[in-house]
Design a protein around this ligand. Structure first.
Ligand code: GLU
Length: 517
């Protein structure tokens, strides 16, 4: 039988890193096995359903490049793929009737006050909390008929068999045993007639012929309900793959402190989807050996369940930065520019930066100004539209140093503006030196007339050094850099001179002269 996996989110909020990992594992596993990956929307909790959330899931998965074989937006032979529509189609009604008829489910008419009282009683008497039968598990048919006749609302609960073990076979942890006496009878159909997650998901997993359930390990405690449903229906259960929890690099629960948790934020910050997928896949999974940087094809070809680990997976943003930088450097400059244009065309990028608040400000560093970051990025992308060749040269110079796409805006700014911002400290430090006026005159005369090669720019500076008997090249290089870029760091000086060319060099040196006291 061919492998079929599903990603089945409840659209109640944002798409976080944990869910991305689940869907990525689904996708990699399906591709590795030549199987199918199905997208299913679990929207039976109407109180928590959020249409924007569903949209966010679709948008994020589109950006990240995870394609499904079947789903609500593409259809498929097992549809509909949205549980509310499946409910309308009467799919769950058939199965709950079957379970009731077999005696594995029963109607419970408890009011919410009665349930509260039960809980209170259990708390006071230090009993196990939960519905273990109440008045209805063993009610006789006349009582049930009377309650129905009286028009009382009810839920349908699962009759958990008592005094036995329930076994869940987990692909990572092996056999997990549960004592059925500690499992309350869960609701399968709610008062509004909607199935609960437990019921709808398992019925659908069966009907959609799902072979493997990848999901977070927070579902382990309720997994016996799921395994039992399969058993009571007489269906073959899929393989459960409970993926390890994700923790921060400091070993603590993953939170915003460790980096964004919303996947779209990584897009807006300028991470490449390939690097992000590479990084996320390595949280709790390893291909063996110490390979880290992998292409999507490599991830697919090496993804097996055996590589999944039961211990918590670490989310280390430094590793993502490293992988992203590596990826940026491995691309052609044209491809980097295309990625930047793609990022610019995403409406969320602007929204993210314009509403950005620097929550974890790095000590001794100025606060990050989201609006400025965005406008620098926008300026570069727009500039590249009319000055493509020059922009590509600028991007190429920064490609070695930049970690993510958005940073190209600030890094390349000095290249593309007519008057780069001058760092006053750098000006103070380097423009006060006695040889600076002569140096600038020399620069204009030798580097400001025609385009030279990188090596020739170096020779011109060395020429000045030798002629003036200056021991080191530093006192020549630094003021030149400040004059041309406004700052003390950046790409190699001779390389950037070759990009700027004679006209810009002349203008910038002229302007720098106005700063010399
Ligand atoms: N709808 C569930 C969720 O929101 C899916 C859990 C599962 O994969 O079984 O996470």
């Amino acid at each position: 039988m061919s492998v079929r996996v599903r990603f089945a989110p409840s659209p109640t909020g944002l798409l976080h890193v944990g869910a991305l990992r689940t869907v990525l594992f689904d996708f990699l596993f399906a591709k590795h096995e030549g199987g199918q990956c199905i997208f299913r929307i679990e929207d039976t909790d109407r109180a928590r359903y959020n249409a924007e959330s569903e949209q966010e899931f679709v948008e994020t998965l589109r950006w990240v490049g995870i394609e499904f074989d079947e789903g609500p937006h593409i259809g498929g032979p097992f549809g509909p793929y949205r549980q509310s529509e499946r409910k309308e189609a009467g799919i769950y009604a058939t199965y709950i009737e079957e379970l009731e008829a077999k005696g594995h489910a029963y109607k419970a008419f408890d009011t919410s006050e009665e349930l509260d009282q039960m809980r209170e009683f259990q708390q006071i008497n230090k009993q196990q909390i939960g519905y273990f039968g109440g008045d209805w598990r063993d009610a006789i048919s006349s009582e049930i008929e009377a309650a129905i006749a009286a028009g009382r609302t009810y839920v349908i609960r699962m009759r958990i068999p008592r005094d036995r073990k329930i076994i869940v076979q987990d692909a990572i942890r092996g056999r997990i045993e549960f004592d059925s006496n500690i499992l309350p009878d869960p609701v399968l159909i709610k008062g509004d007639g909607m199935p609960t997650y437990h019921f709808a998901a398992m019925v659908d997993d069966h009907l959609m012929e799902i072979t493997h359930i990848f999901r977070g390990e927070e579902w382990i405690p309720t997994s016996p309900i799921h395994a039992l449903l399969f058993e009571l229906f007489g269906w073959t259960a899929p393989v459960f793959v409970h993926c390890p929890v994700i923790i921060g690099a400091d070993g603590k629960k993953l939170s915003k402190r460790h980096g964004a948790t919303r996947v779209l934020d990584y897009m807006a910050q300028g991470y490449l989807k390939f690097a992000l997928k590479n990084f996320i896949a390595l949280i709790g999974w390893s291909p063996g050996g110490d390979v880290e940087s992998m292409t999507e094809e490599e991830l697919i070809s090496s993804f097996t369940i055996e590589g999944l680990q039961p211990s918590p997976g670490r989310f280390d943003i430094e590793k993502l930065n490293w992988l992203n930088g590596l990826r940026i450097r491995s691309m052609t400059t044209e491809a980097v520019l295309e990625e930047m244009k793609g990022l610019y065309s995403e409406a969320y990028t602007k929204h993210y930066w314009e509403t950005f608040v620097d929550e974890d400000r790095v000590p001794n560093q100025p606060e990050k100004d989201g609006k400025k970051i965005y406008s620098q990025f926008e300026n570069l992308v727009l500039f590249a539209e009319s000055n493509r060749v020059y922009a590509l040269h600028c991007i190429k110079e920064e490609q070695e140093r930049v970690t993510n796409l958005i940073d190209f805006g600030a890094a390349c700014e000095f290249f593309i503006v007519d008057e780069p911002e001058m760092d006053p400290k750098a000006v103070d430090k380097w423009f006060g030196q006695p040889h600076v006026r002569d140096l600038f005159a020399h620069l204009k005369a030798t580097c400001g007339t025609k385009q030279l090669t990188i090596e020739e720019y170096r020779e011109k500076l060395v020429e000045f050094q030798t002629a003036n008997g200056i021991e080191k090249l530093g006192p020549i290089v630094h003021p030149t850099r400040v004059a041309l870029t406004g700052k003390t760091s950046g790409p190699g000086l001779f390389e950037l001179m070759a990009v700027l060319g004679p006209e810009r060099i002349t203008k910038r040196v002229d302007r720098a002269l106005t700063f010399v006291k």
